[in-house]
Design a protein around this ligand. Sequence first.
Ligand SMILES: [Mn+2]
Length: 369
Amino acid sequence: MNVATALNDAYAPYTYVMLYSLFENNKREEICVYLLGKDLSEESLNTMHSLAEQYSNEIIYIHMDEDSFDKRLLQNHEWPMETCFRLQLNDVLKDDIDQLIYLDGDMIINGDITELYYMPFDDGKHLIVTHDMTMTPNSDETHGYLHTEVFRKMIWENEYFNAGMILMDFSYLREKYGFNDYISLAKELDFQIFAPDQDLLNYMHQKETQYVDALKYDLLACNAFVYGMDYKKVKESASIIHFVGEKPWTGGSHFHYDVENLWWDYSLKTVYREFFLDKFVSEVFSDSTFYQAIEKAEEMNRNLSGKNALGRPVFEKPKDHEKEQFIRRVVNDKETEKYVSDLYDENERLQTEVQNSLKQLEELMKSLQ
Ligand SMILES: [Mn+2]
């Protein structure tokens, strides 16, 4: 199995977790991983190599050339350059390989993915992908004007994919497309694109994509929550879970879902265990919203217990052995879950309202013609 992923050195621990979950759940496969990066340290690379060795797999580092990169691709948004490295895959991967799967580093490979990897391509199709269900046709404000113009139709028609998992008919794609083709396309679109690489890939390969079940092969963790899938359900049914947006390893003031436990299940078994625990806990404790919430709860409960979530006076940091337990509590917080669930209900209601108004407007326009 040939796998490619892009990363920078700061992202190495997270990519390591993704690879560990991939190796652990696909032991019958010989896996060759191509790492695309520009600043990977020797230490990170050695850590990756020793992981691969444990499973008799292989890691090949491809050092990307920063200068050949057209920085206009990144002019609109705060995307790291590494995001766009996958557009250069066809140019830098010289090995004679037929099939390649691209995987993001913010994923957990929760099961055997050989069924996906060896899936045949339909006639004329050369990329196997899943629908990006975070994209809604009404999100004009955030996605820029051209994204709205060009991609709304694709999103409406369910023809817009998430670029986190792409199974490629590589021998075909390598012959047909190069980085320059994507750059020409970006110029044609005046660089007015939202997710630089994802938009370009979608636009370029519109006719060549074949869709598979997103709930199984690129389940966006935030969507799992919206669809009412909890940790147990996700663990049973999804092969690839993708933590888009806010990350499970970030302790700051964002909503945590119990599905994030799946990431912790793997990450805590790696060499980065202590690093992840320390970072998460210190981020939670240096986040002022967390202090405010505790203060408020403290005030409300003063007469009852006056203790925080760990059962001791507020502001005292947890001891080492309590960190894991603490994280599980944070991601299982029911109150947050209810709050988010209400937000989604409200959002859904608003979206239906907008769609109904659009329909009415359309009918009105027709009657006026
Ligand atoms: Mn991602």
